[in-house]
Design a protein around this ligand. Structure first.
Ligand code: AMP
Length: 277
């Protein structure tokens, strides 16, 4: 079995590699990131570079204490899956290692973490916690490259912007969203969907696909809302935005990528997803 590292000191032999930060309860979406990391390593000039997966349920990025408390924790199975996917080690630190006194201040947040009024508005404090933990993990793991899923599109833009603005020496590599056969984006929280709610969760991808057919952002937003409302899912947002800044746009243009993004509720679960337009 690959080693499960707990302290900064144990990471010494693993610096300069490919890094996949996670909160555990790993599924095929996470393992795809690990496989991508292993593939990039085999294609690169340093075949001895390591693939490290961190598993840390970061308390500072949860705005709902109940969500933190019930977040699934499955370390043994996670480690086995990571080994199969090509990882060399798991880094599973204690809270006291990440948030040792005098380290891990919240870094300055990029505009995309505060201006779009998407996740930033519906999960206040979330990106401060994400930036804090990712910067601290980068300091400890010291990777050359880190892989993040497109599933969390705003988070990906926040990490890219933070890394660029603070000149962090880490290449950020995006990975496509892995979905269930019916199109639902895989998520560690999907286990909380009830039997009755699970089929209705496909409304999210149906709404995104309907939005992608539209010729302009306002028609796309109307189309997404129609699908979500027809399935009875309370909407937090269903928007067409600039793919990088995540600010509103008045038209789709071949010169600038756009992204359709949804957050909606189903039972006690909050679902987010996005696709390119
Ligand atoms: P999490 O443990 O949920 O914070 O996710 C850890 C990493 O896995 C993040 O970069 C996520 O964007 C990514 N991820 C989560 N779910 C998926 C998915 N279905 N497809 C691709 N990447 C994902």
């Amino acid at each position: 079995m690959i080693p499960i590292l707990r302290t900064a000191h144990e990471l010494d032999a693993f610096h300069g590699g490919y890094f996949v930060p996670t909160m555990g309860a790993l599924h095929a979406g996470h393992f795809a990131l690990v496989q991508d990391a292993a593939r990039l390593r085999s294609l690169g000039t340093r075949p001895s570079a390591k693939v490290i997966v961190s598993i840390f349920v970061n308390p500072t990025q949860f705005n709902d204490p109940r969500d933190l408390e019930r977040y699934p924790r499955t370390l043994e199975a996670d480690a086995l899956g990571c080994q199969h996917a090509g990882a060399d080690a798991i880094f599973a630190p204690d809270v006291s290692t990440i948030y040792a006194p005098g380290v891990a201040a919240v870094p300055p947040l990029p505009a995309v973490a505060t201006t779009p009024k998407l996740e930033d508005a519906f999960r206040p404090g979330h990106f401060a916690g994400v930036c804090q933990v990712v910067k601290r993990l980068f300091e400890l793991v010291r990777p050359n490259a880190a892989l993040f899923g497109e599933k969390d599109w705003q988070q990906l833009q926040v990490i890219r912007a933070m890394t660029a603005e603070q000149n962090l020496p880490v290449q950020i590599i995006p990975c496509p969203t892995i979905r269930e056969p019916d199109g639902l984006a895989m998520s560690s929280r999907n286990v909380f969907l009830s039997h009755e709610d699970r089929p209705r969760a496909t409304a999210i991808i149906q709404a995104l696909r309907a939005g992608a057919q539209a010729d302009n952002p306002s028609d796309a937003e109307a189309a997404m809302r129609r699908v979500l409302e027809s399935h009875g899912l309370p909407i937090e947002y269903a928007v067409a935005r600039d793919a990088e800044s995540l600010l509103p746009i008045s038209a789709f243009s071949p010169a600038r990528a756009a992204r359709l993004l949804i957050a909606a509720r189903l039972g006690s679960i909050r679902l987010i997803d996005n696709i390119a337009r």
